[in-house]
Design a protein around this ligand. Structure first.
Ligand SMILES: Nc1nc2c(c(=O)[nH]1)N[C@H]1C(S)=C(S)[C@@H](COP(=O)(O)OP(=O)(O)OC[C@H]3O[C@@H](n4cnc5c(N)ncnc54)[C@H](O)[C@@H]3O)O[C@H]1N2
Ligand code: MOO
Length: 419
């Protein structure tokens, strides 16, 4: 059943009933039910997966008191001679007790004997005749890493919904885990629609183009947390599309299509979703490129219809598709990284829709913001400007003119410390 949603209008009178990106994302996320099946995976293979439930520490960290330096464990305080009564290296079993006038030769990581007041670095002590004399009165506790000072046993380590990376592999391994319990992979079906589309090398003729969006979407979906089914190219045929959608809805969490979401006579996706027994919940966003987008449900599967123009498809996947994937696995939703930036260029534009354009960082403005240059003439069918781009610049719907120094928003493609 089709349901009509209420949308904010953008400020162009001809562009009524367009929704904002935020409203569209909220609507899309509200269609998603969190996947509740889970599996155990070895920690080094768990990067990109989402933690199912809360993980608590099996051990205290550090597991035992140990020395932070190579030096001497001292049984007491003072700038005096301590008799060296033993030697401990990393891996030795914690044993023995030292008296206030005794010391133990100790290496970094070795357990400190009971009775240790402090550890003095070997550079800060003199050794002669089986005794060590620190160069100063070493404060109590110096250079001893205490049991549990980082993590207590049973302490919460990783929250439910956390996307795992090398940090979690390290901490969970240190506290006794070999595997992580993660949400099962999201099953995503991808298909393209359009009579003009051909796979590379298959039956190209006049009027045909290469199907760009399907390989692009498969690449965007290529993560450890997603299992993608490629359903190929479907002709602009309502019945064929509806049949494919209906079939895909049986065993996928998300169906992503490209093309056929606009208003032309061969734009069948909206009707096809309904014919497949589903509902369409949203239609158009006040952005450029990427205005037409279809959101809906077919059975339990979420449906996301992206526009055919490749840059529009790319932008809509990043803005709406990504949060949908996060919602399906119950990942903690993080605010998108949107930076304040300044323009290094002039640009006159027609107001009406928030506009995104590929751009790169060419310097830093006087105020310290990234200075952006467009990487080519933007257009929803143009891909070349993306290639040299560091991210997407954005201007609000009302903007009609950009001069050097004008404020922009910047959505970076990557963070250099990315995990
Ligand atoms: N009368 C109107 N026409 C259009 C409007 C509108 O508001 N009123 N919106 C325009 C906008 S904005 C966009 S974006 C496009 C989106 O249209 P569709 O999603 O229906 O996409 P198609 O018509 O199927 O294709 C558009 C364009 O993209 C090419 N294409 C399609 N699929 C692929 C693919 N997999 N790989 C590469 N290229 C693809 C297709 O050949 C077309 O050239 O609608 C505007 N029209
Ligand atoms: O939204 Mo369309 O992508 O402007 O061409």
């Amino acid at each position: 059943m089709e349901s009509k949603a209420k949308f904010d209008c953008c400020d162009n009178a001809q562009e009524k009933r367009l929704s904002s990106v935020n409203d569209t994302v909220s609507r899309a996320v509200s269609l998603c039910s969190k996947i509740t099946e889970f599996e155990d995976v070895p920690l080094p293979d768990a990067a990109g997966r989402v933690n199912f439930g809360e993980t608590v520490s099996l051990f205290s960290l550090p597991i035992h008191d140990h020395s932070a330096v190579d030096g001497y464990a001292l049984g007491g305080s003072g700038e005096k001679a301590f008799k060296i009564v033993g030697r401990m290296i990393a891996g030795d079993c914690p044993k023995g007790r030292i008296a206030p006038d005794e010391a133990v030769r100790i290496m970094t990581g070795a357990p400190t004997p009971n009775g240790t007041q402090s550890v003095v670095m070997q550079e800060h002590a003199n050794v002669a005749d089986g005794h060590v004399v620190p160069n100063f009165d070493v404060p109590e506790g110096d250079n001893i890493r205490r049991t549990g000072e980082d993590v207590q046993v049973n302490q919460s380590l990783v929250r439910s919904g956390t996307r795992l990376d090398a940090r979690h592999t390290a901490l969970m391994t240190a506290s006794g885990y070999q595997t992580a319990c993660v949400v099962r992979k999201i099953r995503v079906a991808v298909l393209s629609t359009g009579n003009e589309l051909r796979d590379t090398g298959v039956g190209m003729g006049p009027g045909h183009i290469f199907d760009t969006n399907r390989p692009m979407l498969r690449t965007l979906l290529n993560s450890n947390a997603v299992e993608t089914t490629d359903l190929g190219i479907i002709k602009d045929d309502l019945g064929a599309i509806a049949e494919t959608l209906k079939e895909a809805a049986r065993d996928h969490d998300l169906i992503i299509t490209s093309g056929g979401v606009s208003v032309g006579e061969e734009d069948h996706l909206k009707s096809a979703v309904v014919a497949a027994g589903g509902s369409i919940e949203g239609w158009r966003m006040a952005i450029k490129p990427g205005k037409p987008i279809a959101l809906g449900k077919i059975g339990k599967a979420v449906y996301l219809g992206l526009p055919g123009n490749p840059l529009a498809c790319f932008v809509d996947f990043l803005l709406v598709g990504r949060p949908v994937l996060e919602a399906l696995v119950g990942a903690v939703q993080r605010a998108p990284l949107i930076l304040n930036a300044r323009a290094a260029f002039s640009w006159q534009r027609r107001p009406g829709r928030q506009e995104f354009f590929p751009c790169n960082i060419v310097g830093t403005s006087q105020e310290g913001f990234p200075l952006l240059e467009k990487t080519g003439r933007a257009g929803s069918a143009r891909l070349m400007p993306l290639i040299e781009a560091d991210g997407l610049g954005a201007v609000p719907a009302s903007c009609s003119s950009i001069e050097p120094g004008s404020e922009l928003q910047f959505y970076p493609f990557r963070a250099d410390m990315g995990l």
